[in-house]
Structures are given as structure tokens and as C-alpha cells.
Design a protein around this ligand. Sequence first.
Ligand code: C5P
Length: 214
Amino acid sequence: MKKLIITVDGPAASGKGTISKHIKKKFNFYHLDSGLLYRIVTKEIVTKKINFKNNKDLQIFLKKLKKISLKNQSGLRTLTMSKLTSKIAKFKKIRDFINFNQKKIVREKLKKFKGIVIDGRDIGSVVFKNAQIKFYIKTNPKIRAKRRYKELIDRGEKSIYDSVLKEIKLRDYKDKNRINSPLVIPKDAVIIDNSKTIKTTKKLVDSFILQKIS
Ligand code: C5P
């Protein structure tokens, strides 16, 4: 079987991660969460107090960073980090750096795995335009906020549903309206509505993949 690249794009908290983890497990693929890379770089910027709006400072920072370490993942999913990541993700220099790293990771992992599933915002539309299977996940914003709110509470974090909904809508706006790689539905993507149960979504996704690879 030819090595397979599956892209899963969609707005914040649409369930991309859950769906991608499911594909990884079911088909024994490698899973790359591109949002995580944006969050890791953002955390580095915050920790090192980099003035990311200054072109020169950003350039020096990225040159020193060289590659993204997937090791320390604590404190990446707070509301503040999510907001900040979305602000930082609009810079072309950041996106080029992350895309370069993503492609390198994918090349390496495809030596070992028969397929890779990558989730994000621009994976099927920009980064891996040649992917054999592209999914776009759409989910009602209120359902997304409810799920994200529960996730934060379960993790023991303080959370207010209205703030979560507001943050999700703001992030949608920012991700869809930026100049560099805005969130769009790739023209050859299969649109999956994940507003019902995850079981329904998994069935849909599985049947599509199985039909494609058989
Ligand atoms: O997917 P996640 O919510 O972790 O992504 C965090 C933020 O990173 C998004 O709101 C978006 O601004 C940015 N992102 C991006 N392109 C990707 C993945 C994430 O711009 N491929």
C-alpha cells in the first residue's frame, strides 16, 4: 500500500484531535498535532519574552530555536495560551518555520509508519495539498464550547462557559480572517459534521478511509 497522508482541518475545539487520535489507533498511523507545534513555539516566545511583533527579534529567535521539541507540553492548553497562540500564528515567519518542521517530521515518520494523520487549520489547503484524504470538521460553536468547557473542568481548571464560547468565536474569527493561511475548507475535502456523537463521526470517517484504501 502507498504511504498515506490524511489531513484533518477545522476550527477550534471541533474534535479534530479526537478524530485524528482515533485514526492513529485504528490504522496504526503516526499522529501529528500541528496546533501543538504552534502552542509550543508560543510558549517559548512567552518564556523568553520575545517581542514577536519585531521582525528582527522574531528572526533571531527562530534561528536560535532551530527545531521544535515535542517534550515539555505542560500549560499549553489554557485559555490564555490559546488566545496568544492564535495571535502569534498569523506571522508568516512563524508559519514558515513550523511548516518546515512539520514536513521534516512527516518525512521521518513515514519511514517507519504506513501513514500519517495531521490535524490543524491549513494542513489540507496549504501544507500537504497533495494528501490523499482530506477531512474538514465542522461543529456547531455552542457544542464546541460545551465540550471544551467540560474538558477544562475535568482537568481541574477554572472555567466559565460563556468565556469559553467567546474565546472560541474570537479564535474562529482570527483563524478565518488572517492573511497568511486562513482556515478554509480545502476544495477536495470531505466535510464531516461532528455535532452529533463521536461514535457517529468515527463510523463516517472509518468508512470513508476504508473505501479509499481498499
Ligand atoms: O488546534 P489548536 O487549537 O491547538 O491550535 C491552536 C492555534 O494554533 C489555532 O487557534 C491557530 O491559530 C493555530 N494553528 C494554525 N495552523 C495550524 C494549527 C494551529 O494557525 N495548522
